[in-house]
Design a protein around this ligand. Structure first.
Ligand code: ZN
Length: 134
């Protein structure tokens, strides 16, 4: 079951250029950097209260983020909601005619299991459901 907003994903072309912009906004908060090979992205994230702002840039041309940047440009990419059981949420949503991008959870940043719902089913908003792996 979904519990709360975990992070907001923002698609950026160049992390080195974007990190200082968001550092200005959030103060000199420490930045968490991580390459997520499964998703073909590199992230830089800032913790803001309970929510993480996650700058995401592609590490290859066939990264899903590359396609997004080409089509929509930089900006908000997805909202990620934290769940206590991603697989059970996916099963439930699928039974209720919500289209899924991932039928089973994948490995994401911050050692989390993640799965995306199809934006065609969610008014154009890309929604991720995530869960701490341990
Ligand atoms: Zn995410």
């Amino acid at each position: 079951m979904i519990k709360k907003l975990n992070h907001i994903g923002i698609a950026v072309k160049n992390l080195e250029q974007s990190i200082p912009i968001f550092q200005k906004i959030f103060g000199n908060e420490s930045v968490h950097r991580e390459i997520v090979s499964d998703q073909k992205v590199e992230i830089a994230s800032f913790k803001v209260g309970d929510v993480i702002i996650e700058l995401t840039s592609p590490t290859s041309e066939d990264s899903p983020i590359s396609g997004f940047l080409e089509k929509r440009g930089e900006g908000i990419h997805h909202l990620a909601f934290e769940s206590d059981d991603v697989q059970s949420d996916l099963n439930h949503l699928s039974q209720n005619s919500v289209k899924l991008i991932n039928e089973t959870p994948q490995l994401g940043a911050h050692n989390m299991l993640i799965a995306f719902l199809h934006p065609k089913s969610t008014n154009g908003v890309l929604i991720e459901i995530c869960q701490h792996k341990d």
